[in-house]
Design a protein around this ligand. Structure first.
Ligand SMILES: *Cc1c(COP(=O)(O)O)cnc(C)c1O
Length: 412
């Protein structure tokens, strides 16, 4: 027996029937929505074991998404780091639409189809989840309502255009601060009116049960492929795996297939501009236990319990005040280590990967890479496998305006 073998049945044991990962998770819902989420849970538990569902999802992943995505060895970057550690990437940036989010959106869309629903509903902040879900809706021939704060609609014009071209209704949330929180409220209200023929699609491994479990299951393909590909390439397991953690979907998908292997697992949170409240979004590193958005987890809530603190990161996909309950649990029991990197560290990694490997990463994914570079500099690792969750096209304008073309960052 070693400390890893106790995780052999992990996926069967967690979450429990109530959607609990230890003390985290569950479903805290208004009574009107309990029935709707129960229905999704029951349907998923049946459908996820059916050969028809599994085979159809496999076909979609291969023919529509372009899976499997490759694993790539960064020889030049590793040489630049100079400690001998070899960096490998799981190329989710090459997944259709340019990020991992489509993995769970296609799963959610297929589930809706099997349940006989005709509409997908979701909220979106920066628009990445909205675009992935609108893509799934177009593929399956479903209607799609995306709720978005009026302020975000103005800020994220290209993603709003993409959603509309894909046929989604982008519905502005016009109350309060007119950003993500108001969009969540409006989306829940929309879902309450229409749940008989629609399904709510959460964009990360967060929210009320069964979403943290379902989104995780749909993202496991990342780690299952990567583990096999890595062993094929090198004959061994990596010494460590690394991914960025916003809500935690790309990270949990990469991590769990390694959970009973002798592999270190590192989740990287956004430290933004610093450690003061409001300057970062590192919910595991600085959060406390509480309930918000329908589930129990670690969250940034310094003023009032359940009331999210303002959060900040230069990666719009990482600035969430809480984290998936499974990450909070795996942190507590010590199987996964969590570290945080700043905006600047992420941007340096962004320019290094662009310049030394010809791969422009999303700023979110640059956080994972920055975390891996930090580990590599310790000099104790033979190899580190990083989840490159998405490509950086969406970030170019921001990066150039704020940081230029990278020459400053690449000086030794
Ligand atoms: C949304 C997003 C993330 C963060 O979401 P997780 O659920 O934490 O994976 C990370 N990378 C990219 C490219 C994203 O679009």
């Amino acid at each position: 027996m070693n400390k890893y073998s106790e995780f052999q049945n992990y996926l069967k044991e967690y979450p429990n029937a109530q959607g609990r990962f230890g003390q985290y998770g569950g479903a805290y819902l208004p009574p009107e929505l309990c029935e709707a989420f129960d229905e999704i849970n029951r349907a998923y538990r049946l459908i996820c074991h059916s050969a028809k569902f599994i085979n159809e999802l496999r076909r979609i992943r291969k023919e529509f998404q372009g899976r499997p995505t490759p694993v790539y060895h960064c020889e030049r970057l590793s040489q630049k780091i100079g400690t001998g550690t070899q960096i490998y990437l799981k190329r989710e940036d090459l997944n259709h639409t340019g990020a991992h989010k489509l993995n769970h959106c296609m799963g959610e869309g297929l589930l809706a189809k099997f349940m006989g629903k005709r509409k997908l509903i979701a909220e979106t902040g920066a628009g990445q989840h909205g675009v992935a879900l609108a893509t799934a809706a177009a593929f399956f021939g479903l209607e799609c309502d995306i709720y978005m704060g009026e302020v975000d609609i103005k800020k994220q014009a290209p993603n709003v255009a993409r959603m509309r071209i894909l046929g989604a209704n982008v519905i502005p949330a016009t109350h309060g601060l007119k950003t993500l929180k108001e969009a969540v409220d409006a989306a829940f209200e929309g879902y309450m009116r229409e749940y008989k023929h629609s399904i709510y699609c959460i964009g990360s491994a967060v929210g009320p049960h069964p979403f943290p479990m379902m989104v995780r299951d749909f993202q496991l393909v990342v780690g299952i492929e990567a583990r096999e590909q890595f062993i094929d390439m090198t004959g061994m397991l990596p010494d460590a795996v690394c991914a960025c953690v916003g809500g935690g979907s790309n990270a949990i998908g990469l991590f769990l297939p390694f959970i009973d292997d002798p592999v270190e697992i590192h989740g990287i949170e956004p430290l933004g501009k610093g450690t003061n409240a409001g300057e970062h979004a590192a919910s595991i590193t600085y959060g406390t236990k509480g309930v918000m958005h329908g589930f129990e987890s670690l969250m940034l809530q310094s003023q009032k319990p359940g009331e999210p603190d303002p959060v900040y990161s230069n990666a719009s996909g990482l600035d969430y005040p809480s984290v998936g309950p499974e990450h909070a649990f795996l942190h507590d029991i010590g199987r996964i280590k969590y570290d945080a990197v700043t905006d600047e560290e992420a941007i340096r990694a962004f320019f290094m990967l662009s310049r030394y490997e010809g791969i422009i990463p999303a700023i979110e994914s640059s956080h994972a890479l920055a975390g891996a570079i930090k580990l590599a500099k310790e000099g104790n690792y033979g190899s580190i496998l990083v989840n490159l969750s998405g490509r950086g096209d969406k970030d170019l304008e921001y990066v150039i305006e704020k940081y230029g073309y990278g020459d400053e960052f690449l000086k030794e």
